[in-house]
Design a protein around this ligand. Structure first.
Ligand code: CP
Length: 315
């Protein structure tokens, strides 16, 4: 029996706290595999994972590829730039074409919210959302939760401040969904133009337009970049002014709880959301997040397409 409620991982909704705990526990074991001299186990031998990325990625794509390879699965990276997508092939036809090659999982990143859900309705194999538009980035939220639990020993009862471009951030949405579900006190902070009016109610969080109250005694501060590729209109006067008002300084970090940690999903813009040298502060867990990304994605591939899973009929 699967420990997860669905054949796919499309968003945090649908995962109960026990599912999150099971994923994080499994990732603990896979973290150990990545630290061995020989970083490979036979768990997914004979399985195939296709990475289908319609947007740029460094961390997510590489870690899914490594996760599959460390589990002995075959990993194939589809390069959109050199594929027939450039000749006008639709997402549906691309996905059905890939499915004819019998993958066990398709990992998709797409600029349109809902693209992974569309694929899941049409494919027999597991579909994993590696980030869709502004909607969700569930594996990022899970690796962030893993990093928090590893650093602080728990993943509930914490004050968490998420700072920056909340409106355009799938990372913020998935983290708010996961962290509130696990019983944390979540605060979001940024310019009012970058926090949707219904965000507090939708996610059960507290919104601020000043960093000080959000960061005061926080156990975790998560910094987000300004998503310039998604800023449709002039929602910000200038990056320089944004950095002056919402860039995290040492004085602001001193407001945090004594053992607080700093997270950033990357890519980081030093000098914008954080003072350049603070990105390497001892409280920063940015590289731990990257390491956790491989372990959590190994755990998810194992739990979604491991031996006990069966395929479903496509619709
Ligand atoms: N955190 C994250 O999604 O990074 P990439 O865009 O590099 O995958």
């Amino acid at each position: 029996m699967s420990q997860l409620p669905s054949r796919d991982l499309l968003e945090i909704d649908g995962l109960e706290p026990q599912h999150v705990t099971a994923i994080l526990d499994s990732a603990e074991a896979f973290l150990e595999v990545s630290r061995r001299p020989v970083r490979k186990v036979p768990t997914l031998r004979g399985k195939t994972v296709i990475n289908l990325f319609y947007e740029n990625s460094t961390r997510t794509r590489t870690s899914f590829e490594l996760a599959a390879k460390r589990l002995s699965a075959d990993a194939v990276n589809m390069s959109v730039a050199t594929s027939s997508i450039k000749k006008g092939e639709s997402l549906y036809d691309t996905a059905k074409t890939l499915e004819a090659m019998h993958p066990d999982a398709v990992v998709i990143r797409h600029p349109e919210s809902g693209a992974p859900h569309f694929l899941a309705r049409h494919l027999r194999c597991a579909v994993i959302n590696a980030g869709d538009g502004m909607h969700a980035h569930p594996t990022q939220a899970l690796l962030d939760a893993f990093t928090i639990r590893k650093s602080l020993g728990r993943i509930s009862g914490l004050k968490v401040a998420i700072c920056g471009d909340i409106a355009h951030s799938r990372v913020a949405r998935s983290n708010c969904a996961l962290l509130t579900r696990m019983g944390n006190d979540v605060h979001v902070v940024g310019p009012r133009t970058l926090i949707p009016p219904d965000f507090e109610k939708a996610f059960g969080v507290t919104a601020h337009d000043r960093l000080e109250p959000a960061l005061q005694d926080a156990d975790v501060v998560m910094l987000l970049r300004i998503q310039r590729e998604r800023l449709g209109e002039a929602l910000l006067p200038s990056l320089r002014e944004y950095a002056r008002t919402f860039g995290v300084s040492r004085a602001l970090l001193d407001r945090l709880a004594p053992n607080a940690i700093v997270l950033h999903p990357g890519p980081m813009n030093r000098g914008v959301e954080i003072e350049p040298e603070l990105a390497d502060d001892k409280r920063s867990r940015v590289l731990d997040q990257v390491e956790a990304g491989v372990a959590v994605r190994m755990a998810l591939l194992y739990m979604l397409i491991g031996e006990s899973q069966s395929s479903r009929a496509p619709t």
